[in-house]
Design a binder for this molecule. Structure first.
Ligand SMILES: [Mn+2]
Length: 334
């Protein structure tokens, strides 16, 4: 897959100094894919200077980093605190294809940067950038699966800590194979070696919710409004934080689709989730619905998507709920 695209990207990067980054609040797929990609570039060009920067990590990512560092103290997962933009020739963004999700310290407007941007990502492409070098494949369940192709195509091996990162990121993005296909499972099975025990990776990913997140889950449940469409159950609720956690909790208690929003002075932020089953049977695609709203920036997959609405928030929220209801009403499977 993507053999020619990978070759073109490598050819382009040959004589350039890249800065690699990912979305704000980097999750473990974002963290791991940026490091594994940097490792790849340094396998090809051992002396190439490759910069890596993050704006913020999620709590789960921070928890993972501290455990990973105990195991592999020589690998610094925090990225480069300091770099000079004048040294950079190209920006490589992994695990996002939306510039609104990118924060780089010291850069006010990424659109005004004078160097090219390459996106490598597995989310639905909502923000087409003119670069022909973008590698975006929303059929993959994690960015790491795309990054792994770079190694396969070039017959390069990964070292143990990077294999560990790969497995950890794929497990996170597929919710431990819940959203995976044969390809991600086969890939993990080929990556596991006697040095890497599956249970050990799982242990590093274990992360208990803190009390504020548990309270958000509980409040989200207390406030939930139920809408039934045929035999599908939609849950809508409001919390001030931890929307993604609350949205998954709603699915766990029995909703098929969850819509969780927060209000603040910038408008409303909406996170939606849907079970695999409802997406397959009704062709519900939350990423497309959110992208089709009258305004807002966001995106995602069929079963997970979020959006930030700045004006006419209630009208747009109603529009979103109606779109989802309409998709389920039109579904002929029930
Ligand atoms: Mn991802």
């Amino acid at each position: 897959m993507y053999k020619s695209k990978i070759d073109e990207i490598i050819q382009f990067l040959k004589d350039k100094t890249p800065l690699i980054t990912t979305h704000h609040l980097a999750d473990i797929d974002a963290l791991a894919s940026t490091h594994v990609f940097k490792f790849f570039l340094n396998q090809i060009w051992p002396n190439k200077k490759v910069f890596l920067t993050y704006s913020k990590f999620t709590k789960a990512t921070k928890n993972f980093i501290s455990k990973f560092n105990q195991k592999y103290p020589k690998i610094d997962l925090y990225g480069d605190e300091e770099f000079d933009l004048s040294q950079i020739d190209v920006l490589i963004i992994l695990d996002s294809n939306n510039l609104d999700q990118i924060v780089i310290n010291g850069v006010d407007d990424l659109r005004k940067l004078e160097f090219p941007i390459i996106f490598i990502d597995h989310h639905l492409n909502l923000n087409p950038n003119s670069s022909l070098l973008n590698l975006i494949d929303d059929t993959r369940h994690s960015t790491l699966e795309i990054i792994h192709e770079f190694f396969t195509q070039n017959s390069l091996e990964l070292s143990t800590p990077y294999i560990f990162l790969l497995i950890a990121g794929i497990l996170t993005d597929t919710s431990f194979f819940k959203y995976s296909d044969n390809d991600s499972i086969k890939l993990i099975s080929t990556l596991l070696t006697p040095q890497i025990k599956f249970q050990e990776v799982k242990k590093l990913l274990k992360f208990d919710k803190d009390i504020s997140e548990k309270i958000a889950d509980i409040k989200g449940l207390q406030r939930v409004k139920l809408i039934r469409v045929k035999d599908w159950l939609i849950g809508i609720t409001q919390v001030s934080n931890f929307r993604a956690s609350v949205a998954s909790t709603l699915l766990n208690v029995g909703f098929d689709v969850s819509i969780v929003y927060s209000r603040d002075k910038t408008g409303i932020k909406i996170t939606t989730r849907a079970k695999n089953d409802v997406c397959q049977k009704s062709r519900l695609h939350l990423g497309k619905i959110l992208n089709g709203l009258h305004q807002g920036t966001g995106g995602g997959h069929n079963g997970a998507a979020s959006v930030h609405i700045k004006d006419e928030t209630d009208v747009i929220l109603d529009e979103l709920i109606n779109e989802i209801k309409q998709t389920l009403i039109n579904d002929l499977s029930l």
